[in-house]
Ligand binder design. Structure first.
Ligand SMILES: *[C@@H]1O[C@H](CO)[C@@H](O)[C@H](O)[C@H]1NC(C)=O
Ligand SMILES: *[C@@H]1O[C@H](CO)[C@@H](O)[C@H](O)[C@H]1NC(C)=O
Ligand SMILES: *[C@@H]1O[C@H](CO)[C@@H](O)[C@H](O)[C@H]1NC(C)=O
Ligand SMILES: *[C@@H]1O[C@H](CO)[C@@H](O)[C@H](O)[C@H]1NC(C)=O
Length: 406
């Protein structure tokens, strides 16, 4: 037995020995074949990925270019509706699509050309396509929007329902926003702005006009780089698009900082009883926005007789809107600001001011009227927040305000 076993063993080993080269060749060819297959597979899958990525990309750009053309108007009188969701657009009429496409943001029109083009209104009021009304968020800033990471979180997941515009008065500032920011490439041709000067209202009209070039914009919100949202996007969107009113603060104020800033040279276009004051941060619809940028009558009076210590930005719109569109105005602002400490500048909030309680307090002010109903949300935005408040805001706000991106 033992011997047999031994013989068997040696036979096997002999057999193995003689077959070794054959095995090696087999093994090598298998490895080669497998390796080749693997390479082929990798290359193929890479190509496929590229193809599908390109496909997605072209689909995406197609849907963005046609989004303006294929949208739905939802005019409901109910207070709270959820914003309509963009869907994949059906094929559209190329002639209309090209007409509806706004020009490049950094166009070469001067202000006169821009205002003229933006003032055009279709005489047929019904849109011949499904139009989803968008909100134009217009930022009037000196430099970059320092709180942009907070706004990025606010906008995330609501694409197709808003457009962002930035008027950056410091033309020497080259700051570019990161590519994944909603502020990236959203600068409009801007000019210098000085506090209280007429060029401030020129900048506001420039922002409005640029935003009006996009037919999809229905609501227009003016914000500064010190503004924050107080509610999530869907609340802000439905509050603005379902409102029966514009929100341009406008009141009559006795004394040096009210009627005292009026110049009798403005008569008879603007008499003292027309003179109004209000916050420059407004929310208005497309009809009023078109009236504002088309106004030459009142603007020229303010241009000639309200520069410097007159603070045109606090009087032009409040006076104009009360003159030409009084019934549509709520006469209040949606942007909270605290003047309680007195002086020429409102309270600035920095890092330690930002707590959950503080933000909740701003959100819970409901002493206001909305579409004829009492005790509704008063403010959608608040200022003035410094860049030092950003960290805390990013930590607290998205959860507290139930941003979409959570
Ligand atoms: C404008 O921007 C430049 C470059 O960022 C900066 O040095 C300058 O201080 C800014 N000017 C104002 C008035 O903010
Ligand atoms: C802005 O960019 C221009 C050209 O790209 C450059 O010449 C200029 O120095 C830059 N300004 C600042 C303040 O960085
Ligand atoms: C706002 O003020 C104008 C002019 O005084 C007035 O006609 C209008 O009714 C006011 N709006 C509201 C909502 O009270
Ligand atoms: C937005 O906030 C409101 C409460 O203010 C909440 O009811 C709603 O669900 C939030 N929307 C989203 C999309 O999270």
């Amino acid at each position: 037995m033992k011997n047999n076993n031994h013989n068997n063993y040696s036979m096997i080993s002999h057999f193995k020995f003689f077959n070794a080269p054959l095995h090696l060749i087999n093994l090598l060819s298998i490895i080669l074949f497998f390796g080749f297959g693997l390479c082929f597979g990798i290359i193929l899958s890479f190509h496929l990925k590229n193809v599908s990525f390109n496909l997605q990309f072209t689909q995406f750009s197609l849907s963005t270019t046609t989004a303006t053309a294929t949208t739905t108007t939802t005019t409901t009188t109910s207070d709270v509706i959820t914003p309509p969701q963009s869907t994949t657009p059906p094929p559209t009429n190329a002639g209309l699509t090209s007409y509806l496409n706004p020009p490049e943001l950094m166009h070469d029109m001067n202000d006169e050309e821009l205002l003229w083009r933006a003032s055009m209104v279709p005489k047929v009021r019904d849109y011949p396509y499904n139009r989803i009304p968008k909100v134009a968020f217009m930022f009037l800033t000196r430099g970059p929007v320092v709180l942009s990471p907070l706004w990025d979180r606010f906008f995330k997941g609501n694409e197709g329902l808003y457009n962002v515009y930035v008027h950056m008065s410091n033309s020497s500032s080259n700051a570019t926003e990161p590519e994944d920011s909603v502020f990236h490439g959203r600068r409009i041709p801007s000019k210098d702005v000085e506090w209280g000067k007429v060029n401030m209202i020129e900048a506001e009209r420039r922002l409005l006009a640029n935003a009006l070039l996009d037919f999809s914009n229905q609501q227009f919100v003016l914000l500064s780089d010190a503004c924050i949202p107080l509610f999530n996007f869907s609340t802000v969107y439905s509050y603005l698009t379902n409102s029966n009113h514009n929100f341009v603060e406008s009141y009559d104020l006795e004394g040096p900082v009210g009627r005292g800033r009026y110049s009798p040279k403005m008569a008879p276009t603007v008499v003292i009883d027309d003179w109004r004051k209000g916050s420059q941060w407004f929310e208005m619809d497309r009809d009023l926005a078109t009236e504002v940028i088309s106004d030459t009558k009142y603007f020229s009076v303010f241009h000639d007789f309200c520069d410097g210590q007159c603070y045109a930005d606090e009087h032009y719109l409040p006076t104009l809107v009360t003159k030409i569109f009084p019934d549509t105005n709520a006469n209040r602002t949606l942007t909270f600001v605290d003047w309680a400490k007195g002086g020429p500048h409102p309270t600035r909030y920095t890092r330690n001011d930002v707590t959950e309680e503080f933000l909740e307090k701003l959100r819970s002010d409901t002493r206001c009227e909305y579409n004829g109903k009492q005790n509704q949300i008063c403010h959608l935005f608040a200022r003035k927040f410094t860049s030092h408040a950003l960290d805390r805001l990013l930590r607290i706000a998205p959860r507290l305000m139930q941003f979409n991106d959570l």
